[in-house]
Design a protein around this ligand. Structure first.
Ligand SMILES: [Mn+2]
Length: 412
């Protein structure tokens, strides 16, 4: 019996927005290549461990694309290998929520090859496997005890757990995220645990109970912080044996730094940025690939403003060099000259920053969170902004909340 284990395809991802079309194309290309490789491997089951889509609001073309590719995976596997494969999918945090689930779009009553796990029916069972599929849950440790434990009762055949969440001491869990422990997983004595959510590839690891865990990571480079080691696993259940299938990223996505330990004028930073861009262009030419670069600028200005660092020379290179798709200059960590320096409120807790507003600070944090979430979900991929219709309810809500407070009137 042979498995394909994939995760985090993020179809439709368009960030950075300046190169949205290139980014969408890269994620679709990665998925198509993954489907090709799954077909040639001739698997019995493909496990897609969440974040198949980038967001729950999708262009119809993308839904069609994913539907067609999954159908092709099953049909060509049958044509070439005579196997009726099954594709099992759990929902990731990017695929929506129980009530508005992007995976609903790919479900089809006639698509017998496809099994999409629900939030209540989390068991898939056939004559060979007992699979528990846990959709994304923001408190995965609780969901594990509540749902996963009972779902393994009376299991026969190979026991597989697939989920979208972090596993401590296996994934490098970022702070303030819930996670499962290897001991929790071992206590279920699964034969295999397949996980998504963590975007970096992890090597197969044996659980204390004897089974194995693998995290394939995302299919394409998700952001500037990620390494280009992308792909997925093919697993021979007997043995077991694990084969890594690399998927070379479509573009080169690189991050570099321009840094000064003492105050410098804007022209100094400008020259260094230009140097970084030129070095990146040589790298692109050597590889023959297109790419985008982010330059993080850190240090202090001796005069002027970050906007005085001209991007004109970089824009000229971008216009002339077809391989260089985009350069992003990030000056968030560039301090103003001592004479005009002001406190930097970024990265600070919103409620703490507005603590002068008393209890209202919590409401500010809530609205701030909601606006950010709406921007992430619904912002135009061209402008990064909301339409007036999308913005109106948020503005109304702000006004309603501010008016309800009647600031200052209490003292009068
Ligand atoms: Mn993801």
């Amino acid at each position: 019996m042979r498995f394909a284990v994939l995760a985090d395809a993020h179809i439709g991802r368009s960030i950075p927005l300046a190169v949205a079309e290139h980014r969408r194309r890269a994620f679709e290309a990665a998925f198509t290549r993954a489907v090709n490789e799954v077909v040639s491997a001739g698997v019995d089951y493909a496990f897609i461990c969440g974040d198949l889509f980038e967001r729950r609001t999708l262009r119809p073309r993308m839904v069609q694309f994913v539907h067609d590719e999954l159908y092709r995976m099953a049909r060509q596997t049958e044509e070439r290998h005579g196997k009726q494969m099954r594709i099992l999918v759990v929902r990731g945090n990017h695929d929506g929520r129980p009530q508005s689930d992007a995976l609903d779009y790919i479900k089809h009553p006639l698509a017998g090859y496809l099994h999409v796990f629900g939030d209540e029916d989390i068991v898939y069972r056939d004559e060979r496997l007992h699979v528990v599929g846990l959709n994304y849950h923001d408190q995965i440790d609780r969901a594990f005890d509540l749902k996963v434990r009972p779902a393994f009762e009376g299991a026969r055949g190979l026991k597989v757990l697939m989920l979208h969440g972090f596993v401590d001491h296996y994934n490098d869990v970022p702070p303030q995220n819930s996670y499962l422990t290897l001991d929790q997983l071992a206590s279920m004595s699964p034969d295999f645990v397949f996980t998504g959510h963590y975007h970096r590839r992890c090597m197969p690891k044996r659980l204390r109970s004897g089974g194995w865990i693998i995290t394939p990571g995302s299919l394409e480079v998700y952001d500037f912080a990620e390494a280009p080691d992308k792909g997925f696993y093919i697993v021979e259940a007997e043995g077991p044996e694990f084969r890594w299938v690399p998927l070379e990223p479509l573009h080169i996505m690189s991050q570099t730094r321009v840094e000064s330990d003492r105050p410098r004028p804007p022209s100094w930073y400008e020259d260094r940025i230009l140097g970084e861009v030129r070095a990146f262009v040589s790298r692109l030419r050597e590889s023959g690939k297109q790419g985008y670069l982010r330059v993080k600028v850190r240090g202090r200005l001796s005069e002027g403003w970050p906007s005085d660092i001209s991007m004109k020379p970089v824009e000229k290179i971008m216009a002339e060099e077809p391989l260089l798709l985009w350069v992003d200059r990030d000056t968030m960590e560039l301090d103003l000259p001592e004479s005009v320096a002001r406190p930097q409120p970024e990265n600070q807790d919103v409620a703490a920053y507005f603590s002068g507003f008393g209890a209202f600070a919590e409401e500010i944090r809530e609205m701030h969170g909601r606006v950010r979430e709406t921007l992430e979900e619904e912002a135009s991929t061209q402008t990064g902004l909301l339409t007036p219709t999308q913005r109106a309810p948020l503005v109304q809500e702000w006004v309603r909340r501010l008016e309800a407070k009647r600031f200052g009137e209490a003292e009068q």
